[in-house]
Design a protein around this ligand. Structure first.
Ligand code: NAD
Length: 716
């Protein structure tokens, strides 16, 4: 999957964030820590915890704008807001040296969290472990960020807290009495795999932040993630009233752990938490709590690692085993975040969707920060999740029109997670062979008219990575040794029914071009001349079709509108179509050649059709016949056709295909004005390329991933 995103510079993002927090009455220091969290979350692809969510939360449950007093909601008394700007952390004395307990007096959660993690690390340096329990807190947003930071500095870190509001129904219940509580672990695995493993869970299938995100993007929730006001499952983000724990009773148990940590710390009954507009029973508390913990990685070591490995090497060996045994393409927690950060770094800023950007821009405007969104770079980036789910499947993509035409097919291929090697076809057999050898083989080809000969197939089928499928982007299979594929049970997939209208339009164009001497006239006018040659009219003429398949039929339909009669020959006769369009059935293809004024070839190329138009068959034709070929060059003897055109036996030849493409100079067609040629682009329109490319991609992906939605040409 590819996302179109805009790149917001980090400095500008932080300027907006600081302005938004300061306007709410927070100190610059608090504002900077709030900004740091939002920047980090966005950089790591945690789009549910970006600045928009942070400020949204502050508006609804936090300071409620207590600092600027500009709206009625902002007139709330201090004891009716969840977050108090400029509050001070109060350290409560304790007998435990490695454990601190704080009353943070509803200080901004992010500012408390950064300080608490820092304290845990200091304590761990001294005692091997450090813990901080925080009472009277306001939600700190992205737990993953704090543990990731600690893990990067060599600590095993953990944090949890009850979420701001109870929005999750306990397993088997109806009423939301639990939060979408986070559990976040960070492990210093960067030496082993390049990034820290971060297990950052909300205990529901999705959190409310995700629901907001889906609402913003107009997308549905996953199945069985939320319920409506009547307790019924819904995927509509606008109808969701409560969330469901993931893993049924297991996610419920994890959510309960956070509530109990909170209960041990000082948190009160969950259902009144942060319900600031409602009056709780006298003496009740509505704040939440935090728990932070860091351990030095070396404090864990019992020293007895197998095969003389040290601790770091042992961690690497364990991860290697987990994602070994054919699991090498498996995702590791933290990888998605690392991928997102890589994408941001590559593009030099933070990635925002258009919808997010609109909200960020509105925020900038509210706080008087100049923010010209029109100047922001737009980029197309892969989905960090799909990147992490790369499958151990490698394919060769050679078709150029596929690669050069924008459209959904790119996202479809990206989403597959396959490794894609790209080359620009059509490639001769030697180049195909070279690619197979260089890459140790491919699981599949997504090819155009490349030469897939016996030698190419043998090399691909015996390579280390064995060829499993040939997915032709198109319908003509003559450049593939299909029999050899069949004999080796390699399916050849193709894309019938996606480009017949486009090719028929092209045949029409060539027909008109020949009838009106387009080549001669266009050349003359562009070169300052005014040559004028009388053409012929198509109305009333007989169209002869050899091969009344998909393209042939579409051409007949179009020619009917030109008042042309049709006569056709096909090995299989579609009587219903013929009756509907008044097509006369010829007994042989020769009969078509004898009767028609305009002949259009639409058969496949095989030994029975190769060279079917030659001096002998041209001699059967009437004088001044226009011959059109959008099927395959090999259907005609090119030298014979050139001669017939030069001598005036044929009125013109319009072709989109050649025996050998591209044209090999010198060629008998060169210099013959009544021969019109196009470079095999009959099916190349934006519409058709996308249909064809999506079909070919679906064929390939479905076949290689065990799906059923593919179209196979060589049944076995
Ligand atoms: N120029 C391009 O970009 C382009 C694009 C698509 C297709 N094509 C070519 O156009 C041709 C037709 O495509 P289509 O989608 O209509 O295919 P199709 O399979 O629908 O039609 C081919 C028809 O030819 C008939 N046929 C086969 N052998 C025959 C024979 N010996 N005598 C008479 N009829 C015979 C078949 O019965 C079938 O009805 C193919 O050769 C294809 O490769 C070219």
């Amino acid at each position: 999957m590819t996302n179109i995103m805009r790149v917001v510079p980090v400095d500008k993002h932080e300027e907006i964030a600081v302005a938004a927090y300061v306007a709410r009455g927070y100190s610059v220091e608090e504002a900077k820590l709030g900004a740091k969290t939002s920047t980090m979350a966005t950089r790591h692809g945690i789009r549910t915890h970006n600045l928009i969510k942070a400020i949204h939360l502050d508006d609804h449950l936090g300071s409620c704008g207590a600092g600027d007093g500009s709206s009625p909601a902002k007139k709330r008394k201090l004891d009716q807001i969840g977050c108090v700007p400029n509050a001070q952390i109060e350290k409560i004395p304790t007998k435990y040296k490695a454990f601190e307990r704080w009353n943070c007096n509803r200080k901004l959660g992010q500012a408390v969290a950064w300080e608490a993690m820092e304290t845990c690390m200091k304590l761990a340096d001294e005692y091997g472990v450090g813990c901080v329990a925080v009472d009277n807190a306001f939600h700190y947003l992205w737990g993953g960020g704090y543990v990731m930071e600690a893990a990067k500095r060599g600590y095993v870190a953990y944090t949890c807290c009850p979420a701001a509001l109870t929005e999750v129904v306990p397993f088997g219940g109806k009423i939301p009495t639990l939060g979408t509580n986070p559990h976040s672990w960070g492990l210093p695995t960067q030496d082993a795999i390049g990034y820290p493993i971060v297990v950052d869970w909300a205990t529901s299938v999705v959190a409310m932040g995700r629901v907001q995100q889906l609402k913003r993007e107009g997308k549905p929730l996953p199945e069985c993630a939320g319920v409506d006001k009547d307790g019924k499952y819904t995927t509509d983000p606008n109808a969701v009233a409560a969330l469901v724990p993931f893993g049924a009773h297991k996610g419920y148990g994890l959510a309960l752990i956070d509530e109990l940590y909170a209960a041990f710390t000082g948190g009160s009954t969950p259902t009144i938490r942060n319900r600031w507009g409602e009056t709780p029973a006298a003496g009740e508390k509505q704040t939440c709590t935090f728990y932070f913990q860091c351990q030095k990685a070396d404090a864990f070591s019992c020293g007895d690692f197998a095969q003389g490995r040290n601790q770091a090497e042992n961690v690497k060996a364990v991860i290697g085993d987990v994602i070994g045994h054919g699991n090498s393409a498996c995702m590791l927690p933290g990888q998605i975040e690392a991928n997102a950060a890589k994408l941001c770094d590559e593009h030099g800023g933070l990635l925002f969707s258009e919808a997010e950007l609109a909200e960020l821009s509105a925020m900038a405007k509210t706080h008087g920060v100049a923010f010209d969104t029109s100047a922001l770079k737009q980029v197309s980036v892969p989905d960090p999740f799909a990147m992490a789910m790369k499958k151990d499947i490698k394919v060769l993509l050679t078709t150029t029109s596929y690669q050069d035409t924008p459209g959904e097919h790119h996202a479809l291929l990206e989403k597959s997670g396959f490794e894609v090697v790209r080359a620009r076809g059509p490639l001769p057999a030697a180049d195909m062979l070279k690619l197979v050898q260089e890459h140790g083989g491919f699981d599949g080809f997504l090819n155009g008219d490349d030469e897939i000969t016996t030698a190419v197939l043998d090399a691909a089928m015996t390579a280390k990575r064995k060829l499993k499928v040939v997915a032709k982007y198109g319908i003509g299979l003559d450049s593939i040794n299909v029999d050899h594929c069949t004999a080796n049970r390699v399916p050849v997939l193709f894309t019938p029914g996606v480009n017949h209208t486009t090719v028929a339009e092209h045949a029409m164009g060539l027909m008109i071009g020949c009838a009106k001497h387009f080549w001669l006239h266009m050349n003359s006018v562009k070169n300052g001349g005014w040559k004028r040659k009388t053409g012929i009219e198509l109305a009333g003429k007989t169209l002869g079709i050899v091969g009344m398949g998909r393209v042939g039929k579409e051409l007949i339909k179009r020619c009917a509108a030109f008042e042309m009669k049709a006569v056709a020959f096909d090995l299989y006769w579609d009587d219903k179509f013929a009756k509907e369009y008044g097509v006369e059935r010829a007994a042989t293809k020769e009969d078509v050649l004898k009767i028609a004024d305009v002949i259009s070839l639409h058969t496949n190329l095989d030994d029975s059709t190769r060279d079917m138009i030659n001096t002998k068959s041209i001699a059967m034709m009437k004088e001044n016949v226009i011959l059109i070929n959008t099927a395959r060059g090999g259907l005609v003897n090119e030298a014979d056709v050139a001669e017939a055109c030069s001598k005036g036996k044929l009125y013109g030849y319009g072709a989109d295909v050649l025996c050998h493409e591209p044209i090999a100079s010198p060629h008998p067609f060169q210099g013959v004005d009544n021969i019109l040629l196009t470079p095999h682009i009959g099916s190349r329109t934006g519409e058709s390329v996308q249909r064809q490319a999506c079909r070919a991609t679906t064929n390939l992906v479905q076949y290689l991933t065990g799906g059923k939605d593919f179209i196979q040409a060589n049944k076995f």
